[in-house]
Ligand binder design. Structure first.
Ligand code: ATP
Length: 620
């Protein structure tokens, strides 16, 4: 496919704010894309050059993009920098200068998606001496052949600032829409949908539209199920392009490709947990970080909760996986936590997290050795274990994991008594752990979903919500008084609407920010700030600067209240908001789409109401 065609689709998408229209345009683009380009196009839509778990580092800042524009167009760096100060978006600046190049483009050729992608890949891969010049040359080569619109997107990709407003759910919806006709050939799905519609007494005039909508939803679910076990939407799109719907069957768990993690629901008390699960396993909730370990013979991969490859960061865990686990092929999951070898005590999350680093790895590994507490098994010797009940998975884990120096199983009990659960909870807390996670003995491993297969119960703090909220930063306010020094005074944050694939405002946070936090945050937010509201953001409050939804922060608050100004879970003119929100930490282990979502927020609000009512009854 010609890059010109892709750029004109990107242009259309950028101008569209309705998610429905965006999905239609994207579906048309993906249907038109040829087999050679589809994967690349999907990656570019995600603002990436590879699957989620593959590293992406362009090592190309604004300065170099400016230099490349100058080189290709004949305008001076000064002229380009001036325009950049005016427009604040190098994409628009590249567009303006590249559409009026001063020098005739000698070696100009028609750009294909393949060519642009290949140059960008090279830019991200070159290292060492002379790499700066080579990156510059590759970028200038693209600008040299690009039209104005093409240049806008070429400039934005390496700056990781594409601004299309397309999230993974929208890509999956578009892929599903393109499979509609084949979905309709599936007699079983057709029967299921028709039955549902009859039960709901859908009117005849709405029948076809509703049927198509439900079929697309079904297809989207099937695609998402595969994406949850195979974190590569580009590869999935390619398989669907070549083999259409039948291709879905071929997508299976693969060693080296991360599975999206299962997530825990919340309940308020041991009694509620037992009522919901009956007899269940109860495990300590360790406050470290979650890792997914893949092992195939001598090869080991370690992935974070967000599916980033972190293998090189944890040489101690890699070694332990090779030495302490005697199986050839396995995928398992656990919590890694730093501990003091002398006292045998766990260290705080703040110390554990210091192990996530690019440099000084060996030294820190000596200072803060990790222990891995394994809690789940997804794959063993060629067999998918995700479909098996938890009890069976745990039994198998017992067979393959002994009490190693580094790797052991999570501490667990099985009970159907609330008192026993509470006792175990108190014991975990007294050891400095976060609480417990109760697990349904019969549940499968549900990748990428927050279901009642796992229920967490955390220590609650007086006068606070019993769990923190993970909010996405969508804007910031400049500081007043002492804080002007940092240019950042408060943050505007949002929760994720999984239904609409947008971010809705939930809290403005001014406290909890230390001067160090402020300086750090300002530096990273400035890079993605703009005066224009980003496509996927919904907020009636207007911050001084908007930012692309990218960073997740952990927030504690006193309670969730109804609010006329915030838009999260809005009903009858009122949204939900956080009262007295305070920033706790920046959650580098979560993507914006993994932040607290609207459904969770509504549930937490309902639970809080229930607790308040119970407390009132008790006081009465
Ligand atoms: P939180 O902020 O409460 O850690 P989260 O959003 O990161 O929540 P949840 O699904 O809500 O993730 O809680 C489960 C997390 O608890 C897991 O991701 C894992 O990192 C951690 N954890 C600690 N101990 C266990 C355990 N025994 N079993 C499962 N998860 C555990």
């Amino acid at each position: 496919m010609q890059f010109k065609e892709l750029a004109s689709y990107f242009d259309l998408i950028e101008k569209t704010s309705s998610r429905l229209d965006m999905t239609k345009i994207l579906a048309e683009l993906l249907e038109k894309a040829d087999e050679e380009s589809i994967k690349k196009i999907v990656f570019l839509c995600q603002g990436r050059l590879g699957a989620n778990y593959e590293k992406l580092e362009f090592g190309l800042g604004e300065k170099m993009v400016i230099e490349a524009i100058a080189k290709a167009t004949g305008f001076t760096k000064k002229e380009i920098e001036k325009k950049f100060r005016e427009k604040g978006d190098l994409g628009l600046v590249a567009e303006e200068f590249c559409s009026q190049k001063k020098q005739s483009a000698l070696f100009s050729t028609e750009l294909t998606v393949k060519k642009v992608f290949e140059n960008l890949i090279k830019i991200s891969q070159v290292e060492g001496t002379g790499s700066k010049e080579l990156k510059l040359k590759l970028m200038a080569e693209l600008f040299n052949s690009a039209s104005g619109t093409e240049s806008r997107f070429i400039a934005r990709i390496p700056l990781e600032n594409l601004r299309l407003g397309i999230g993974d759910p929208t890509i999956m919806d578009a892929l599903a829409a393109n499979l509609l006709d084949e979905g309709k050939q599936n007699a079983e799905w057709k029967k299921e949908i028709e039955k549902e519609m009859k039960e709901k007494k859908i009117k005849e005039k709405n029948w076809i539209d509703e049927f198509d909508r439900k079929m697309k939803l079904k297809l989207r679910e099937r695609i998402e199920e595969k994406y949850n076990i195979y974190s590569d939407l580009g590869a999935i799109s390619e398989i669907l392009k070549v083999k259409r719907l039948n291709g879905l069957k071929e997508i299976q768990i693969q060693l080296g490709i991360p599975i999206r993690p299962t997530l825990a629901e919340r309940l308020n008390s041991p009694e509620e947990i037992i009522k919901k699960l009956g007899k269940c396993a109860v495990e300590s909730k360790y406050d470290g970080f979650r890792i997914q370990c893949h092992k195939e013979g001598k090869k080991v991969w370690i992935y974070s909760r967000q599916s980033e490859n972190m293998t090189s960061m944890f040489p101690d865990i890699v070694k332990a996986l090779k030495e302490e686990i005697k199986t050839e092929k396995v995928i398992l999951e656990g919590e890694a936590i730093a501990f003091n070898e002398l006292t045998g005590n766990f260290l705080s999350f703040q110390l554990t997290i210091q192990r996530k680093r690019k440099y000084g790895i060996e030294d820190k590994a000596k200072e803060f050795p990790l222990k891995l507490f394994v809690f789940d098994l997804m794959f063993l010797e060629g067999k998918n274990f995700m479909e098996k009940p938890f009890l069976e998975r745990r039994k198998k884990l017992n067979e393959i994991i002994g009490k190693g120096k580094t790797i052991s199983l999570t501490k667990t009990i099985t009970t159907d008594k609330a008192e026993k659960l509470e006792e175990f909870f108190e014991e975990s807390i007294s050891k400095g752990l976060e609480g417990i996670i109760a697990k349904d003995l019969n549940a499968k491993y549900i990748a990428g979903k927050r279901k009642f297969a796992w229920i967490k119960l955390k220590r609650s703090y007086k006068g606070e919500l019993n769990d923190s909220i993970d909010g996405v930063i969508i804007g910031y306010y400049t500081g007043k008084g002492k804080r002007t020094e940092f240019g950042l005074g408060a943050l505007l944050t949002a929760v994720y609407s999984e239904k609409e694939d947008v971010f809705k405002s939930v809290a403005k946070i001014g406290t909890g920010l230390t001067d160090k936090n402020l300086a750090e945050l300002e530096k990273i937010l400035k890079k993605i700030s703009s005066k224009k509201k980003p496509a996927r953001v919904q907020s009636e409050l207007e911050p001084d600067f908007w930012v692309e939804p990218k960073y997740v922060i952990e927030i504690r608050a006193d309670e969730i209240t109804k609010s006329p100004v915030h838009l999260a879970a809005k009903r009858e003119g009122k949204g939900l908001a956080l009262r007295f929100p305070r920033l706790i930490s920046i959650r580098t282990d979560k993507k914006p789409e993994e932040a607290t979502n609207e459904t969770e927020l509504k549930k937490m609000f309902a639970q809080q109401k229930q607790i308040n009512e119970e407390n009132q009854e008790q006081n009465y």
